[in-house]
Design a protein around this ligand. Structure first.
Ligand code: FPP
Length: 232
């Protein structure tokens, strides 16, 4: 079976996982990070070339300040604790989204982690942080418009390939399989450009319970889909 090249996941349901156990939401996010650890390894085993995880959307700032702080703390710890292991496993880390708006120490840690994994040749782990697809598309249009106004680009020459190259996330391959956990069936502003022909898979499992077996099942379900890309 051919494994999907690029799997993107909307990791949803941490809060409900915690609520069902009468635990604070942070407990669900903590278990969510455990799930991330396992899924990154499983993705490598399944020959998934790129795994993109939606860790923090540009809309997540609307959550209570305490929860935002907790999520940033978990991210900090993930990068501190896991990066050496990921370097050793050949994983290449990338980040999409406006992560430079995060706390300066976190930005430095992320840049350092990206730098340390730059020459790896294993699977690519992409973390979407302070990411919103619409904002990225608008920012790209703004930049191209400015270039056109300055005369450095011919507006007629702007096609899909030019646009994609100008997008900060433009280096990502198209999404083959997009998974959302927890039963919600929405894209929530995730990879709108790259997911144009993605196969969508919505599973009821809450993110903390989504393990390597669930990922293998998702890949198997993907293998049975007929992809036509608009053709017959
Ligand atoms: C959705 O659950 C999850 C998030 C908004 C955050 C996802 C973050 C993590 C799994 C941890 C940090 C990630 C990394 C890569 C270290 P929710 O809170 O919306 O759940 P609910 O819908 O049940 O309330």
């Amino acid at each position: 079976m051919t494994a999907p090249l690029h799997v993107a996941i909307i990791m949803d349901g941490n809060g409900r996982w915690a609520k069902a156990r009468m635990l604070p939401r942070i407990a669900g996010h903590r278990r969510g990070v455990e799930a991330v650890r396992k899924i990154v390894r499983a993705a490598g085993d399944l020959n998934i070339g790129t795994l993109t995880l939606y860790a923090f959307s540009s809309e997540n700032w609307r959550r209570p300040a305490e929860e935002v702080t907790d999520l940033m703390g978990l991210l900090r710890r993930f990068i501190q604790d896991d990066i050496d292991e990921l370097v050793g496993e050949g994983v290449r880390l990338a980040v999409i989204g406006d992560y430079r708006a995060l706390a300066p120490d976190l930005v430095a840690m992320i840049d350092d982690a990206i730098g340390r994994t730059r020459h790896n040749h294993g699977p690519q782990l992409v973390i979407a942080l302070n990411y919103g697809a619409q904002a990225e598309i608008a920012a790209t249009a703004r930049r191209l418009a400015a270039d056109a106004a300055a005369g450095s680009i011919d507006p007629d020459a702007i096609d899909q390939a030019t646009f994609e190259r100008a997008m900060p996330s433009g280096g990502l391959p198209p999404v083959d399989l997009l998974i959302r956990t927890s039963g919600e069936q929405r894209l929530s502003n995730f990879l709108l450009w790259q997911a144009a022909y993605a196969e969508l898979l919505f599973v009821d499992t809450l993110w903390p319970d989504f393990g390597p077996e669930a990922l293998a099942e998702a890949v198997a379900a993907f293998g049975k889909r007929q992809r036509r890309f608009g053709g017959l």
